[in-house]
Design a protein around this ligand. Structure first.
Ligand code: AP5
Length: 192
């Protein structure tokens, strides 16, 4: 099973991807998590990505395309994977199509979580409050200014991907405003 989750920041891509990894026994490939790990380890990629991420902007296509291509080659992806936060631009989608064709792999579904933007700021604020209450540190891009920029980047650069995947008949949409369990059930109906 090879899936892509599309949706704006806070739509629930990571939440749903994690639930599906348990059900299908395939990994969640979150480019956001991979980039945050690179920042935490201060790798070359991490050093280049940090300021861009903190400002709520997108990291360059070249960096993320290479990260994903290498990750897909790992043995735990042999049975499939869930892409969470990638692709995020039309050039990334084109690159992904190319890398999958080169590796002889096919996508099973592209699932877009449709959400009301007004609710996303509240979800981000809840996530910050929950993380801090649990003794953790909030993401450096979970603040009003960076979040506004992330939404803007989504509208301009990522939203056109819906059309890209709809044209090839691969796009399925789910109401991401429903509660988590209902969203999961709706996704499973699509995958059944
Ligand atoms: P990334 O880490 O991918 O962040 P994002 O897309 O902004 O998404 P989030 O993690 O905020 O949201 P989500 O949709 O996963 O929602 P979640 O499940 O967490 O990217 C961060 C940065 O990395 C980017 O800005 C960019 O700089 C860089 N980057 C990453 N990928 C890149 C790429 N491909 N190209 C270039 N740059 C890239 O849920 C959010 C909250 O809502 C949680 O608290 C959750 O509990 C709650 N929630 C979830 N579902 C529901 C529900 N149904 N009802 C109520 N609450 C819910």
């Amino acid at each position: 099973m090879r899936l892509i989750f599309l949706g704006p920041p806070g739509a629930g891509k990571g939440t749903q991807a994690k639930l599906l990894t348990e059900r299908y026994g395939i990994p969640q490939l979150s480019t956001g998590d991979m980039l945050r790990a690179a920042v935490a380890q201060a790798t070359e990629v991490g050093k280049r990505a940090k300021a861009v991420m903190d400002a709520g902007q997108l990291v360059s296509d070249e960096i993320v395309n290479e990260i994903v291509s290498d990750r897909i080659d790992q043995p735990d992806c042999a049975k499939g994977f869930i892409l969470d936060g990638y692709p995020r631009t039309v050039p990334q989608a084109v690159a992904l199509d190319g890398m999958l064709a080169e590796k002889g792999l096919k996508l099973d579904a592209v699932i877009e979580l449709k959400v009301d933007e007004a609710a996303l700021v509240r979800r981000m604020e809840n996530r910050v409050a929950e993380t801090v209450a649990a003794g953790g540190t909030a993401r450096s891009d979970d603040n009003p200014e960076a979040f506004r920029r992330r939404l803007e980047e989504y509208r301009v650069k990522t939203a056109p991907l819906s059309e890209h995947y709809a044209r090839s008949g691969r796009l399925k949409t789910v109401d991401g405003m429903a509660d988590v369990d209902t969203v999961t059930a709706d996704i499973q109906k699509i995958l059944a």
